[in-house]
Design a protein around this ligand. Structure first.
Ligand code: RTP
Ligand code: MG
Length: 154
């Protein structure tokens, strides 16, 4: 992992899986030049959901959020690349898809604040990426390898 590389946690939410958008999300991140280093198709249980969204425990929408994220399978992923956390957030678009710019994932596929397709670690929350990766993955579930086109991408 070169010094400018970082890893970030990304998840195709239950609505993305139900709508068949998992592949589209993977494709967009791959084509951008980010490198997939971990992936897990899984169902989030109540405890993991409450940990993952712990920062929102006091918010009025917390129960709804936990109910949604546990409502069906998700694709949890770790992506690596230059400034990956911020880059993924830019590609996701605004939290509310109604405000997300066309060309962003939420702006192209979503309309509903509660069902907004994709999660990515918050780049303004220092260390959130590594905390979330640790919550979802064991270190030996992450794969280190060279992606052959990397020098061309950056
Ligand atoms: P996420 O964590 O899911 O990637 O989304 P985010 O960073 O863009 O937004 P965040 O503030 O962390 O909120 C987490 C999720 O809670 C839902 N939400 N509902 N009803 C509301 O006012 C409200 N605000 C946020 C959204 O589904 C958001 O993704
Ligand atoms: Mg968030």
């Amino acid at each position: 992992m070169s010094h400018h590389d970082e890893r970030t946690f990304v998840m195709a939410k239950p609505d993305a899986v139900q709508r068949g958008l998992t592949g589209e999300i993977v494709t967009r991140l791959e084509e951008r030049g980010l490198k997939l280093v971990g992936a897990k198709f899984m169902q989030i249980d109540q405890k993991l959901a409450e940990q993952h969204y712990g920062e929102h425990a006091d918010k009025p929408f917390f129960d709804e959020l936990v109910e949604f994220i546990t409502s069906g399978p998700v694709m949890a992923m770790v992506w690596q690349g230059a400034d990956a956390t911020r880059q993924v957030r830019q590609m996701m678009g605004a939290t509310d898809p109604a405000d997300a710019a066309p060309g962003t994932i939420r702006g192209d596929y979503g309309l509903d604040l509660g069902q907004n397709i994709i999660h990515g670690s918050d780049h303004e929350d220092e260390g959130a990426n590594e905390r979330e990766i640790e919550l979802f993955f064991d270190e030996d579930e992450l794969v280190e390898y060279e992606r052959s086109d990397e020098p061309w991408v950056y």
